[in-house]
Every structure is written in structure tokens, then in C-alpha cells.
Design a protein around this ligand. Structure first.
Ligand SMILES: [Zn+2]
Length: 316
């Protein structure tokens, strides 16, 4: 029997948590659905990743209003994926901040990615008609940007490639809190369809070198102790490394993508199969790993059509 495409069969709503990490930082998480980070400065609020639609983002705004009435002036995009960025208009921010690489990816493949993601995961695009179009950054940085929200220092950093070319993290040095975007997941399968497998572990080293005491991953619960942070970093690293090693070995042995995918599923399921979206991510992750191990240094653009073709090739 063929598997339902991507996450089209995933219809159960998740329970939202809104956790206070410090007087300046909150995490909006939902049992493995995409997270949003909140930083509250002396006079303004900054949001990291927006949710997929303005209607969904309105729930984040409602939670923020339970803890502060300061204006939401900044949105940071951890990367370009539709499910993270298309709710931005709900915050009516003064600035939308992204790395130059993220800006370039939105220009190059934002439209294709929006169509592809909406078809992959309909539940995560509740009230999809409320999306006004692509989200365009208004403030673009290279490598790092420091924002002072009054006395609160907020460092916006691009520390290397991993989940995408443009990955950006937000670091609060005083509180030692890191918002990692999808560079780190917890109890959730890393999506790697647009990843740089070779670079990802070194980027995780750069995150670890900040020595965060708390970390908000892209998906999964907020990590609230240094040992939880280490577990999140280690789990993500293990998955990325294990998967790429298997696919690389298969590719150099000249095996077909379909065979490599089948064997990678069997090999990784015992260790990672309980993580959310494992079945959804694996075909995309293995496809990208195979590309990187063979002939495509940069991820090819996923379109709704390419998604379907790949799924038909690997899953039926
Ligand atoms: Zn992503």
C-alpha cells in the first residue's frame, strides 16, 4: 500500500505551550509543530519565526499580549521556509530581519516553496487564504547583527549552513538563551530537503561554542537546562550524521536512490522513528543527501510537481 503524501494525513491539532525562559524570553511551542520565539526588550518585542499564516500568528500575538503590552517591532526569520515566515504580516513589524542568503533564497525559490509546503502539510497552513503573499525582509545582514532593545543585547547570527544556506540564530548573551531555528530539533525529525549535510555538524559546533543554558529548537519543547541543550544538539547531530553516512556509502557503491531510501528507512527507524514527522521527512532528506553526495552542491528547488514525482518514485 502506498503511503499518504508527506503530512496530508496528519490532522490532529497540537497543544500549545507558552514557556517563560527568563524575564526577557518566551517560547511558543506545540508538540513538534514549528516554534516561535519571543524576546521582550525594554521598549519593544522581537519575534523569531512567525507561524505559517497570519491567522495562526494571531494566537502568538494573543499570548504575547498576556505578558506585555510593548509593541512588536521586529520579526527575525531563522530561514526562508514558508511554514516559518508567511504569518509575518500579523505582527505588523517595523522590520523583518533576515540574512542575505535567506533573502536570496526567498527571491529565488520562495514562490515554489510556498506552493510545495502548503501541499505537504495542510494542517500547518490553517486559514491559508489569509497569507498576503511572500514575506520580504526589510533589514538584511551578513554574518551578524546586534540589536539593542534598550539595555537588552540581542545578537542575530549566521554561524554556518545546515538546515538551509541562510540559517540564522538569535542569541541573548546575558541570559545565555539561544533560538536555533531548524538547525536544532528535539523529539522531532530534522527536515533536510534543503540542507548542507557536510556543513551542518560544524555549524552545530558553533552553536555549542556559545554555551547556551537554554535553547528553543525549531520543533519540540524548549530546552531549559544545559543537559537538555546538549541532548538537543547531540540528537540533531546524530541524525544528520547517520543519515548522510548511509546515503553517501550507498551512492558510492552505485546503488539506486530508491534502494538507498528503503535501506535508510529500515536502518534509522529503530533509533529515530518515534520522532514526529519521521515518515514525512525521510524521502526528502534522503533525496537531498543523495544529491549532495553525487552531483549537486546546492539543494535543487522543490516544486509541488517535483515533490509528487519524488514521492511516487520512492514510496509507491
Ligand atoms: Zn525549515
Amino acid at each position: 500500500m502506498s503511503k499518504t503524501f508527506a503530512s496530508q494525513a496528519d490532522l490532529a491539532e497540537k497543544v500549545v505551550s507558552f514557556d517563560r525562559l527568563s524575564p526577557n524570553a518566551y517560547a511558543y511551542t506545540a508538540q513538534g509543530d514549528p516554534n516561535t520565539g519571543i524576546v521582550i526588550g525594554d521598549e519593544a518585542v522581537l519575534v523569531i519565526d512567525t507561524q505559517a499564516t497570519p491567522v495562526m500568528a494571531a494566537d502568538v500575538v494573543r499570548r504575547i499580549r498576556e505578558v506585555t503590552d510593548k509593541p512588536i517591532q521586529y520579526v527575525v526569520l531563522s530561514h526562508y521556509h514558508a511554514v516559518r515566515v508567511l504569518g509575518a504580516s500579523a505582527y505588523a513589524p517595523r522590520h523583518i530581519i533576515a540574512s542575505r542568503d535567506t533573502y536570496d533564497l526567498i527571491s529565488e525559490r520562495g514562490e515554489a516553496d510556498m506552493k510545495s509546503e502548503i501541499e505537504r502539510f495542510p494542517r500547518l497552513f490553517r486559514a491559508v487564504d489569509s497569507i498576503p503573499g511572500l514575506t520580504w525582509p526589510t533589514l538584511v545582514f551578513e554574518r551578524s547583527l546586534t540589536l539593542w532593545l534598550g539595555k537588552l543585547e540581542v545578537r542575530i547570527l549566521q554561524l554556518g549552513r545546515g538546515h538551509t544556506k541562510g540559517d540564522t540564530v538569535v542569541w541573548l548573551p546575558k541570559d545565555r538563551i539561544l533560538f536555533s531555528g531548524d538547525l536544532v530539533e528535539f523529539d522531532a525529525t530534522p527536515y533536510a530537503g534543503d540542507a548542507y549535510f557536510t556543513d551542518w555538524p560544524a555549524t552545530l559546533d558553533a552553536l555549542a561554542a556559545l554555551r547556551p543554558e537554554k535553547l528553543v529548537p525549531g520543533r519540540g519543547a524548549a530546552l531549559q537546562t544545559p543537559s537538555q541543550v546538549s541532548a538537543g544538539l547531540a540528537g540533531t547531530r546524530a541524525f544528520v550524521t547517520d543519515l548522510y553516512a548511509l546515503v553517501k556509502a550507498g551512492a558510492s557503491a552505485g546503488r539506486s536512490l530508491r534502494d538507498i531510501h528503503r535501506d535508510a528507512m529500515a536502518a534509522l527507524r529503530p533509533k529515530y522513528g518515534q520522532w514526529v514527522i519521521f515518515e514525512h521527512c525521510m524521502p526528502f532528506d534522503v533525496s537531498r543527501a543523495y544529491d549532495e553526495a553525487t552531483q549537486h552542491r546546492d539543494p535543487r528547488i522543490w516544486t509541488a510537481e517535483r515533490d509528487r514525482q519524488m514521492w511516487a518514485d520512492l514510496e509507491t
